[in-house]
Design a protein around this ligand. Structure first.
Ligand SMILES: Nc1ncnc2c1ncn2[C@@H]1O[C@H](COP(=O)(O)OP(=O)(O)OP(=O)(O)O)[C@@H](O)[C@H]1O
Ligand SMILES: [Mg+2]
Length: 464
């Protein structure tokens, strides 16, 4: 994709422009040229190049101001400064003003092509992240639902339809942390019941004998501890929505009563004789396989069919990894707001790590990982090293084989590897550039150039 990008070469030296144009053309880029600042501004407006190689010393313009002006025309333009030898200070100021990078003359063609490639890649990822940030959100009243996978889009559509029905019972199935609670709340918030209560009962955490009492209430004296009459959730939720969480763990006795309640919309309190009519939408949620529970005699099949009038399945995050990026951006923004700090960005590499992980705890786990990163890492940019090791280590190859360098699951920056190799070579040769160059298979000039690039030409190595 990047090979078709348009590159603007801005330099008042015609020979240099021609030289660059030829090489960039050979590398598959379309090149446009300008000799002055005003021409450069016109080029950006008319040709919309993706990247500009900009000489800081132009006859009619101040290079630093140029960077700002260029970005006023095109915020996404990648500006690479080309400076004469010894002008590094100015180039650094240009980078602070928003230029992407700088290269010193004489230009090393390999470095140039790598810089262009990376600059364009960063640009396209930045655009992609901007798109992700704005889209892939569904708002159901006060409930925000994030994702761009087909599964999530279909779910959002169904959810809207379900919310519009007044009383249809819903069965939500999905692993722990996939968003069943959220979906239940969204259905309620988007329905005509939204101003009435949304109540929830968790069948796993309640002792068996209390589930019925919690659901349907009891009269005074119904059982030993029943000192007074108590209304159950079914009664309290009248007009609203009742979420029965972990329905797979509901005791069989309560299941029978629930079925009757779903058929008649009325029930008796425990120990009571009068029928109490209520108007409640029931949403049941489970992370168990109810078919299996039925087979094992733990769940009534007639209740199962009654519950799944509308059946919503939320797939685990590992089966829709394209949702990781929009969810991550969403959580970073929200968590930062809660922590009253500026939202850090997240690098494409870190997003790659999130997408590669299997997320047994699903979206809840993703949120926790990001929350940890925001609390513990005081960084403006979340990179792979800010994520827990068990997440980064996922899919790391066990057998190194014959590879000299092991590429970790989350990748690495080629620049870091190059820098580290040069440092090691210089340490081994105690700063002897010729020796280090031999170890690295480089010419002495090339090594010197790279040492300067990585600011490795320090006195420590030069002392010999
Ligand atoms: N699509 C989504 N968009 C935004 N946030 C989500 C989404 N799905 C889940 N979440 C968030 O992830 C967390 C876990 O979701 P939720 O509690 O709804 O999961 P659950 O399926 O009910 O889990 P459990 O089975 O453990 O009860 C919540 O903070 C929820 O707000
Ligand atoms: Mg839940």
């Amino acid at each position: 994709m990047s090979t078709r990008a348009v590159i603007a070469v801005v330099d008042d030296e015609e020979l240099f422009r021609t030289w660059l144009s030829e090489h960039l053309g050979a590398a598959g880029y379309t090149v446009v040229e300008a000799a002055t600042g005003s021409e450069a501004l016109r080029l950006v407006a008319e040709e919309s190049p993706g990247l500009m190689l900009l000489d800081l010393r132009l006859p009619d313009a101040d290079g630093l101001e140029m960077v700002t002006q260029l970005h006023e025309i095109d915020r996404d333009l990648v500006v690479v400064i080309v400076t004469a030898y010894g002008e590094v200070q100015t180039a650094v100021r240009a980078v602070k003003a928003g230029a992407y990078h700088f290269l010193e003359k004489p230009i090393d063609l390999d470095d140039l092509l790598i810089t262009i490639e990376k600059g364009l890649e960063t640009q396209s990822l930045r655009r992609e992240i901007a798109v992700l940030r704005e889209q892939h959100r569904w708002q159901f009243a006060n409930v925000e639902f994030v994702g761009r996978s087909l599964a999530v889009r279909q779910l959002a559509e169904k959810l809207e339809k379900v919310a519009r029905t007044e009383s249809a019972t819903v069965l939500l199935q999905g692993e722990s942390g996939t968003g069943k609670d959220l979906v239940a709340r969204a259905i309620h918030a988007h329905s005509s019941r939204k101003d009435k209560p949304f109540l929830e009962i968790n069948c796993t955490t309640l002792p068996e004998q209390l589930v019925e009492a919690e659901l349907f209430g009891h009269e005074r004296g119904a059982f030993t501890d029943a000192r007074e009459r108590k209304k159950g959730l079914a009664e309290l939720a009248d007009g609203g929505t009742l979420l029965l969480d972990e329905i797979g763990d509901m005791p069989l006795g309560a299941q029978a009563k629930l079925l009757r309640f779903l058929e008649d919309s009325r029930f008796k309190r425990l120990g009571g004789t009068t029928d109490i009519p209520v108007n409640v939408r029931v949403i049941a949620a489970t992370n168990q396989n109810l078919d299996r529970a039925i087979g094992e005699g733990k769940f009534r099949s007639d209740l199962y069919y009654r519950l799944k009038v509308v059946d919503l399945f939320i797939p685990p995050l590992r089966e829709r990894s394209e949702d990781c990026a929009p969810l991550a951006l969403y959580f970073i923004e929200r968590l930062a707001r809660d922590l009253k700090r500026e939202a850090p960005t997240i690098t494409p590499e870190a997003l790659g790590v999130l997408e590669a992980y299997s997320w047994p705890g699903n979206i809840r786990e993703l949120r926790n990982v990001l929350e940890r990163a925001l609390i513990l890492e005081d960084t403006q940019e979340i990179r792979p090293e800010h994520l827990p090791i068990e997440i980064r280590g996922f899919a790391r190859p066990v057998d190194g084989g014959d590879d000299i360098v092991q590429l970790p699951a989350d990748g690495f920056r080629m620049e870091d590897v190059e820098r580290s190799a040069i440092e090691q070579a210089l340490t081994r040769t105690e700063g002897n550039v010729a020796g280090a160059a031999r170890l690295l298979g480089l010419s002495r000039d090339t090594l010197r150039y790279r040492m300067k690039k990585y600011e490795l030409a320090n006195s420590h190595w030069r002392s010999r």
